[in-house]
Write a new protein. Structure first.
Length: 159
């Protein structure tokens, strides 16, 4: 699954740690071991994850971590600007590391693979269309749904 570059948290995450610590202090909260485990698991995932997936991963290290703690931690990460919540039509949020670079998504409707991509021509065309209609774009997201290469190759079989 191609889901973008390695997260900053695992490889040079001092900035991210500092930003999160500052945000948590600003909110009057304390740092906790469980929250740290969740944050580490999120940034190590290197893909779009659900709360349930994070919970499963974190419980391998600490079985006492509850779903509510994961939800609250992800809410903090989103509020602090370190993560983004995305809805890909599955009825649950998937979280990705927030970054400086804009990207769009290809989503496989069969296996759930999510591929991030960037395309300057598409971005430019969106601006042209907006201007043509007298619209000033402040932000956008583009999600293309279909079948990934692997699912196309396997036809009706479950992959």
């Amino acid at each position: 699954m191609s889901e973008g570059p390695a997260p900053a948290y695992g490889t040079g995450g001092q900035k991210v740690r500092a930003a999160l610590a500052a945000y948590i202090a600003q909110k009057g909260l304390k740092g906790t071991r469980q929250r740290d485990l969740i944050v580490e698991a999120f940034f190590a995932a290197r893909r779009h994850v659900t709360v349930e997936e994070l919970l499963e991963r974190v419980r391998q290290q600490d079985p006492r971590v509850g779903a509510a703690t994961v939800y609250r931690t992800m809410k903090l990460l989103v509020e602090s600007g370190l993560a983004s919540a995305r809805q890909f039509g599955e009825g649950q949020a998937r979280y990705e590391m927030a970054g400086d670079r804009h990207h769009d998504h290809l989503i496989c409707t069969r296996c759930g693979t999510i591929v991030e991509f960037e395309n300057d021509r598409i971005e430019a065309m969106q601006e042209v269309v907006a201007r043509r209609h007298g619209f000033s774009v402040t932000h956008h997201k583009m999600e293309l749904y279909g079948l990934c290469r692997n699912c196309q190759r396997h036809g009706d079989r479950k992959v």
